[in-house]
Design a protein around this ligand. Structure first.
Ligand code: IK2
Length: 376
């Protein structure tokens, strides 16, 4: 009955990793076409960069039409964030601080810290409601010095699964505009969170198009296309004018040249093949919706099982949260008991990956959670 809910990677209902059939098909086509193993250009595969920027900003993006976007292929989400961090460290004024949500994906602090940048936290999660501490967030960002960089999770916040509402996003965007803060979106779950590529890119599109903000966006294809080990992603800069976009791309390439010379080709070719072919693109959307749908079904089942096993508590947060991760609100001693007694493995902060759970095992997890809550 033991459960590994620590790893943030998709698993099937049977608990196995899943190579998307659309990826297998794209790879078969690539192999048949006899692609070579030559280096890519420093900024990556042109067809990939075009596809990834359009996926992010939409086909009708005024920023893309205006030539105001600089896109460089990166080493998945992590490497794209790291490239952006290096750019900030090199070109923004010394002492520029990067604000990350409290809590955030732990690697954010490594990424920005290793680039030599100072980091601070802004309030995000309210343990009392297992929801967003919106007032704390606005107060902390409102106190950030102008020119600070604000890391925002585009959708499916890791680790909490708690996202701002569209109205709240609007207020955050207005604050960034009025205070001169620079948004840096981390988009690691586009299409994987809700099953809809456009819905999951709403926030960065809104900031860029409706509010006219300059911003950075790191993208990852680890989750939505299941390309974890291929390391495919991108860093996008949305800028005020095409001349700036040209200069920024040129400087980003200089940084990439020194860090890793040029990015890996295989995963980028898969993305370009899938997005560039209407049939494969349609198939990807179906397969993405399958993953998102399974996780939603697991959430629904777990919430029902928890309500039955521990009826004294409000378990509504399980279905309110989005994406594959859920902050359970379990304390460190409760997490320790989950592992020691029930063999349920999760991160020490009480985060579980619902991708590692099946509907069949939801009753076991609910019973274990009910037990540790009772004990504490
Ligand atoms: N940014 C965020 C917010 C992420 O969640 C991830 C992926 N994290 O992996 C899941 C986990 O927490 O166990 C990334 C960036 C980086 O993804 P990539 O694998 O594309 O570098």
């Amino acid at each position: 009955d033991r459960l590994n809910l620590g790893v943030g990677a998709y698993r099937t209902e049977a608990g196995a990793p899943w190579v998307l059939p659309v990826v297998r098909e794209a790879e078969a086509r690539l192999l048949a076409s006899g692609v070579d193993k030559e280096y890519l250009p420093i900024d990556g595969l042109a067809a990939f960069n075009d596809a990834t920027a359009r996926l992010l900003l939409g086909d009708a993006s005024p920023a893309l039409a205006g030539g105001r976007v600089a896109t460089i292929q990166g080493l998945s989400g992590t490497g794209s964030l790291r490239l952006g961090a290096a750019f900030i460290a090199k070109f923004l004024p010394p002492g520029t601080t990067v604000y990350c949500s409290d809590p955030t994906w732990g690697n954010h602090f490594n990424i920005f810290g290793d680039a030599g940048l100072g980091t601070k936290r802004y309030r995000y999660f309210d343990p009392a409601t297992i929801g967003l501490d919106f007032e704390g967030l606005m107060a902390d960002l409102g106190a950030a010095p102008p020119g600070s960089v604000i890391v925002l999770h585009g959708c499916a916040h890791n680790p909490t699964g708690v996202d701002p509402s569209r109205e709240q996003w609007g207020a955050i965007a207005d604050l960034c505009a009025s205070r001169g803060l620079i948004p840096f979106f981390d988009v690691a779950y586009q299409g994987f969170a809700s099953g809809d590529l456009d819905a999951d890119a709403w926030a960065p599109r809104f900031f860029a198009h409706e509010k006219g903000l300059e911003l950075l966006v790191a993208q990852s294809y680890s989750k939505n296309l299941g390309l974890y080990g291929e390391r495919v992603g991108a860093l996008n800069f949305v800028l005020a004018d095409p001349a700036t976009a040209g200069r920024v791309l040129s400087q980003a390439k200089r940084i990439a040249r020194a860090l890793y010379s040029n990015p890996p080709a295989h995963g980028a070719r898969i993305v370009a093949a899938v997005v560039g072919d209407p049939a494969l693109f349609g198939q990807w959307k179906v397969e993405m919706a399958t993953m998102a749908g399974r996780i939603k079904a697991v959430r629904t089942r777990l919430a029902a099982e928890l309500a039955a096993a521990a009826p004294g508590r409000d378990w509504g947060f399980v279905t309110r949260q989005i994406g594959m991760l859920s902050f359970t609100g379990l304390t460190p001693p409760q997490v320790a008991r989950m592992t020691a007694v029930h063999h349920v493995y999760m991160t020490g902060d009480g985060r579980i990956s619902l991708a590692g759970l099946s509907e069949a095992k939801a009753p076991y997890l609910a019973a274990a959670m009910a037990d540790v809550i009772k004990e504490a």
